[in-house]
Write a protein that binds this ligand. Structure first.
Ligand code: 5GP
Ligand code: ZN
Length: 306
C-alpha cells in the first residue's frame, strides 16, 4: 500500500518511532528508530573496515570562514544555517529575555558567531587536510560522520532539517579517485540489499540556488558528477539514501590542497543518509521492528543491541 509522506510521518509518531517537536523536519528519535540507525551504521563500519580509512570526527558546527571559503553561501544560500549569539550588556540582556519569553522578535539582539551548522559531513575535512601539508602520493581515505543541517522544513519525514550522514571521502590524483569511485555504487547497493533495501541508481544534481544554480545542476548531471541510490520510502518518488559525489578538483582550489608535486588534487565522497536508511527500513519491513525478517535483524545486529 502506498501512503503519502505525511501519512507515514503520522504512523511513525503514533508508534513512537519519531517524536514531533513543533518544527517541521526536527524530530526526536525513539528507541526502535535509533537501534535501526545504529545497527545500520555498525554494518557500514564492518563493511568499510577492509578499506582502513582514517577515522575522523568533527562536531556538527563548522568555522564560518570555512563555509565561506567552500562557496556554500553562493551555491546553497537557502540551505545554510549560521549560529548567532548574544554579546550585549545587562540592559539588552533583560530586553532579550523578556522578548524571548513572550516569543517576540529578539533577532536584533543577536550577532553572528564564528560558526555555521555543518551542511554535509565531509565539509570540515578539506580545510583540515590543507593544514596537514601536501597529500601523500597514495592519497587519503577518511571516514566521517555528523549531524548535518539544511534549512528545508517539510512534512516529509525523509526531508529533515537535521539528520545524520556517514561518509567515506577519497582524496588523491584523478586516477586514484576515479578508481575508488567506480566500485562504490555497486558496493552501496549490496550493503543496502543485505538489509532488504533494493535501490535504484540515477544521475543526480545538488539543489543549487537560482538561475545560475540550474545551469550548475545541469552541468553536474551532464558530467556524471553525482549519482544517487534511492528507495521508495513513501509517496510516489523514491528518496535518495546514498549519494556518490565526485568533486573533481573543486575543493583543491578552494582550500589550496596540493598533491606531493604541488599539483591540485581531486576528491570524491560516498554519503549514506543514516536517518533515511532507518526510515526506509521501517517502510520496507513494517513499523514493528521485532517482526522484521530474521536475516535483516541479524545484519543490523538488532538482537545484540540493548
Ligand atoms: P547530499 O549531500 O548528497 O545531498 O546528501 C547526502 C545524503 O544525505 C543523501 O544521500 C541522503 O541520504 C542524505 N540526506 C540529504 N538530504 C537529507 C534530508 O533532508 N533528510 C535526511 N534525513 N537525509 C538527507
Ligand atoms: Zn561529502
Amino acid at each position: 500500500m502506498v501512503i503519502s509522506p505525511s501519512e507515514f510521518l503520522r504512523a511513525l509518531c503514533d508508534h513512537k518511532i519519531l517524536f514531533e517537536t513543533g518544527v517541521d523536519g526536527i524530530y526526536g528519535r525513539g528507541g526502535s528508530f535509533e537501534r535501526a540507525l545504529l545497527g545500520f551504521e555498525g554494518l557500514l563500519t564492518t563493511r568499510m573496515a577492509p578499506d582502513h580509512a582514517d577515522l575522523l570526527r568533527f562536531p556538527p558546527v563548522i568555522p564560518r570562514r570555512d563555509m565561506e571559503t567552500a562557496g556554500y553561501l553562493s551555491s546553497f544560500p537557502h540551505l545554510a544555517g549560521s549560529v548567532f549569539s548574544f554579546t550585549g550588556d545587562e540592559a539588552e540582556a533583560r530586553t532579550l529575555g523578556s522578548l524571548a519569553k513572550e516569543h517576540g522578535d529578539w533577532s536584533a539582539l543577536q550577532t553572528q558567531t564564528e560558526v555555521c551548522l555543518t551542511p554535509a559531513a565531509c565539509y570540515p575535512i578539506y580545510p583540515w587536510l590543507a593544514a596537514q601539508g601536501a597529500v601523500a602520493a597514495d592519497g587519503r581515505l577518511i571516514d566521517v560522520s555528523s549531524f548535518c543541517f539544511r534549512h528545508e522544513p517539510s512534512d516529509d519525514p525523509a526531508r529533515m532539517q537535521s539528520f545524520r550522514m556517514r561518509e567515506h571521502v577519497k582524496i588523491g590524483t584523478q586516477s586514484q579517485v576515479e578508481a575508488w569511485h567506480s566500485g562504490w555504487s555497486e558496493r552501496g547497493a549490496d550493503i543496502l540489499r543485505s538489509v532488504g533495501l533494493e535501490t535504484t541508481e540515477a544521475p543526480a544534481s545538488d539543489p543549487f540556488f537560482g538561475r545560475t544554480g540550474r545551469m550548475l545542476a545541469a552541468n553536474q548531471v551532464a558530467q556524471g558528477f553525482k549519482l544517487e541510490r534511492s528507495y521508495l520510502i513513501a509517496g510516489s518518488r523514491p528518496t535518495p539514501v546514498m549519494s556518490l559525489n565526485y568533486h573533481h578538483d573543486h575543493f583543491s582550489h578552494d582550500f589550496d590542497l596540493k598533491g606531493p608535486g604541488g599539483e591540485p588534487i581531486h576528491s570524491a565522497c560516498v554519503a549514506f543518509g543514516l536517518d533515511r536508511v532507518a526510515l526506509a527500513l521501517f517502510s520496507a519491513h513494517g513499523l514493528d521492528d521485532t517482526k522484521w525478517p530474521a536475516d535483516v535483524r541479524g545484519h543490523l545486529g538488532l538482537d545484540e543491541l540493548p
